[in-house]
Design a protein around this ligand. Structure first.
Ligand code: G3I
Length: 322
């Protein structure tokens, strides 16, 4: 049957997946399906700070470069994830801040150098960057991260300016979870984006992760949310979609899951400025979910044996229908 990517090509939207690079090198079925089904890839972990700059000033591009090479061989675009986050930071950085050996002025230089070096390295290869990831709390206040504590809120505008200087062609995104619909958190992003763009800061897109859980119901006003970012002149993208559930799975839950995938994709297909729809892994075999949410799992399109679940068929049908 037709692949997801062949169906998506007709819709003017990219269909992507996060890639576990260990599985990519060790699992032939995983590798074949990554190439066959998707025309955009995101590194699940290997473009994060702890992997890219494990020692201060020493960069390790090996895993990320291998993914970029794979993407080129298979005609896939690459989303860059992520430049500024509070998780998966290298120990030299967090301990240096904690013991005071890295003060705010130096931390700001470290951030500038990291962003500049990483974005330059992938210039021309990465089409969208998640520049800042998860900077707001659910109530719409700024997250009390190391970055906010040390640098104040201006680190966000700085990060976008530095990234843009390093690759003017890359589209630069804000990215977060629990922002699918219109709520306090997505409204905080909308206000921030409007303010930054009015100041001439190069913010081009809003990334909606899309980590759903069937028990919470489908978020309201997803399409209206996408449209209000379009009204600011911004792209939107679903960047990390998966839909988890309490185990064991049954037909009712799997149908519910399929419907959640379909409705997120439907919102993207119906708003022109929504440029990509990326799932956070495509098989339950390599999902982050069971390790993070006790008793939950089966969040992906294919099961652990790579057999399609109702969600896969729903995504195919939605892409085919537009
Ligand atoms: O490979 C390492 C190994 O070297 C290390 O010593 C050991 C102990 O930490 O485990 C391995 O690292 C794990 C890594 O995934 C790679 O498998 C980490 O423990 C584990 O915490 C890490 O989890 C990742 C998580 O981000 C961490 O924040 C998940 O795979 C990844 O799917 C998840 O992705 C995030 C997005 O970046 C942002 N949005 C939410 C999303 C889900 O949490």
């Amino acid at each position: 049957h037709a692949s997801l990517r062949s169906l998506a090509a007709r819709q003017d939207v990219r269909i992507g997946t996060a890639v576990d690079t260990t599985a990519l090198s060790g699992d032939r079925t995983y590798r074949a399906l990554t190439a066959r089904e998707f025309n955009s890839v995101t590194a699940e972990n290997v473009m994060k700070w702890e992997v890219i700059e494990p020692e201060r000033g020493t960069y390790d591009w090996s895993e990320a470069d291998a993914l970029v090479a794979f993407a080129k061989r298979h005609g896939q675009a690459v989303r860059g994830h992520t430049l500024v986050w509070h998780n998966q930071l290298p120990a030299w950085l967090t301990s240096g801040v904690a013991d005071g050996s890295i003060g705010p002025a130096e931390l700001r230089r470290i951030l500038r150098d990291h962003i500049t070096t990483q974005v330059r390295h992938f210039r021309g290869d990465v089409y969208q960057w998640d520049v800042v990831n998860e900077v707001f709390n659910d109530d719409g206040t700024l997250r009390d991260s190391l970055w906010l504590q040390q640098l104040g809120p201006s680190y966000i505008a700085d990060a976008f300016r530095w990234a843009h200087a390093a690759d003017p062609r890359a589209r630069l995104f804000l990215n977060d979870y629990n922002v699918e619909g219109v709520n306090a958190k997505s409204t905080a992003y909308h206000e921030l984006a409007g303010k930054l763009r009015a100041q001439g800061v190069p913010v081009h897109g809003f990334g909606i992760q899309g980590h759903l859980d069937i028990q919470y119901g489908f978020p309201g006003d997803v399409r209206a949310n996408l449209e209000r970012f379009a009204a600011l002149g911004m792209q939107t993208a679903f960047t990390e979609v998966d839909v988890r559930m309490d185990l064991p799975a049954d037909d009712t839950k799997l149908t519910r899951q399929a419907d959640d995938y379909r409705r997120l994709l439907d919102a993207c297909l119906n708003v022109r400025s929504c440029t990509s729809f990326t799932v956070w892994g495509f098989t339950d075999k390599y999902s982050w979910v069971p390790g993070w949410f006790e008793g939950q799992g089966t969040a992906n399109l294919l099961n652990e044996d790579f057999a399609p679940k109702p969600a896969y068929d729903a995504v195919r049908r939605e892409l085919a229908a537009g």
